[in-house]
Design a protein around this ligand. Structure first.
Ligand code: NAD
Ligand code: UDP
Ligand code: UDP
Length: 315
């Protein structure tokens, strides 16, 4: 049994990771400043003697004793990470320095939740890990993209300079229960709009693509990466290579909810990537991982979750 630190553990992905680690019999220390995370996501864990919640901002140093670290703290939705862009960059960069400093002092393994956004608006399709990316340095998404890129740099430099045992995964769009209902990401927006009978907001012409991975597949991939041989440090793409346009996603949501919502076209946000799809050959080869959950299956679970949230009046 290990004592494992999960930063961002009260968020969408972090709370599922806490469930998984506790389920394996580990102790979990969840550190989160509750910026986008919610107590509701970890409410069911508060009575678990192996679970501890610590309200903490990773831009501040953290002195705890743990055996392993998953660094997930960072707002992930464009609406949230652009709300206070300076804090977003600080969270990624200073947060990474602090967690790497902690891992260095304790001589423990640390995994970074990086992102497909390091590829920016990609000219290569699908994106392999070797693609260096096309990121705007000065645009509104840069606080997130550049912050995450710098965090990866720090991980690799601590590895080279301090011999730290690191793991880096690049997560592609992931959805599922416990997404924040007003988080602004496309899957949660479309489902909440469909369930409330409001217009479905399509940004641009809706022909831009994303590849949506279900949360259970992502958590398996992240966990396999953490427990893979030390020589394999990544970065490795974790995502579902089946690609959809936003119009196709809207059709799926309308069909599965039986909603009569209409489509409403709004301007495409600046620097919004036109296409995104992971090449997952490396994850297949090194981790024996590939996603299993089809979009419709995952959407049904996610729709059930939002029905529940809306019926509780929690949004
Ligand atoms: P989320 O917003 O639900 O979770 C992020 C968590 O980090 C929240 O609980 C938030 O309160 C916490 N947090 C933010 N700033 C913090 C700070 N300064 N100190 C401590 N805690 C802080 O988002 P998520 O989808 O669960 O994303 C988790 C991680 O995965 C993020 O690092 C994100 O960049 C990465 N990621 C997610 C996706 C996706 O599609 N969900 C894709 C790529 C990468
Ligand atoms: N740090 C931390 N917890 C620890 C050890 C370090 O939060 O247990 C932070 C501390 O704020 C430090 C940062 O991690 O500034 C980087 O640590 P490192 O040892 O790499 O650098 P240094 O302390 O030499 O600046
Ligand atoms: N999008 C949309 N309607 C919305 C929210 C998002 O059409 O209500 C689009 C957005 O412009 C982008 C895609 O959906 O092209 C995915 O957006 P999201 O914010 O979920 O993730 P990211 O852009 O970070 O991949």
């Amino acid at each position: 049994m290990k004592r494992i630190l999960v930063t961002g553990g009260a968020g969408f992905l972090g709370s599922h990771l806490c469930d998984k680690l506790l389920g394996e019999g580990h102790e979990v220390l969840c550190a989160d400043n509750l910026f986008t995370g919610r107590r509701r996501n970890i409410h069911h864990l508060l009575d678990n003697k192996n679970f501890e919640f610590l309200r903490h901002d990773v831009t501040l140093p953290l002195y705890v004793e743990v055996d392993e670290i998953y660094n997930l703290a960072c707002p992930a939705s464009p609406v949230h990470y652009q709300f206070d862009p300076v804090q977003t960059t600080k969270t990624s960069v200073i947060g990474a320095i602090n967690m790497l400093g902690l891992a260095k002092r304790l001589k423990v393994k640390i995994l970074q939740a990086s992102t497909s956004e390091v590829y920016g608006d990609p000219e290569i399709h699908p994106q392999p890990e070797s693609y260096k990316g096309s990121v705007s340095v000065t645009g509104p998404r840069a606080c997130y993209d550049e912050g995450k890129r710098c965090a990866e740099t720090l991980f690799f430099d601590y590895h080279r300079q301090q011999k730290l045992n690191i793991k880096v995964i690049r997560i592609f769009n992931t959805y599922g229960p416990r997404m924040h209902p007003s988080d602004g990401r496309v899957v949660s927006n479309f489902i909440v709009q469909a369930l409330k009978g409001e217009d479905i907001t399509i940004f641009g012409d809706g022909k831009q693509t994303r590849s949506f991975g279900y949360v259970s597949d992502l958590i398996k991939g992240m966990h396999l990466m953490m427990n893979s041989p030390n020589e394999f440090i990544g970065p490795v793409n974790i995502g579902n290579p089946v690609e959809f346009t936003m119009l196709e996603l809207a059709e799926n949501v309308l069909e599965l909810t039986g909603s009569k919502s209409k489509l409403k076209y709004l301007p495409l946000p600046q620097d919004d990537p036109m296409q995104r799809k992971p090449n997952i050959d490396l994850a297949r080869e090194k981790l024996g991982w590939e996603p299993k959950v089809h979009l419709k299956e995952g959407l049904i679970e996610t729709i059930h979750y939002f029905e529940q949230i809306l019926s509780e009046g929690q949004y």
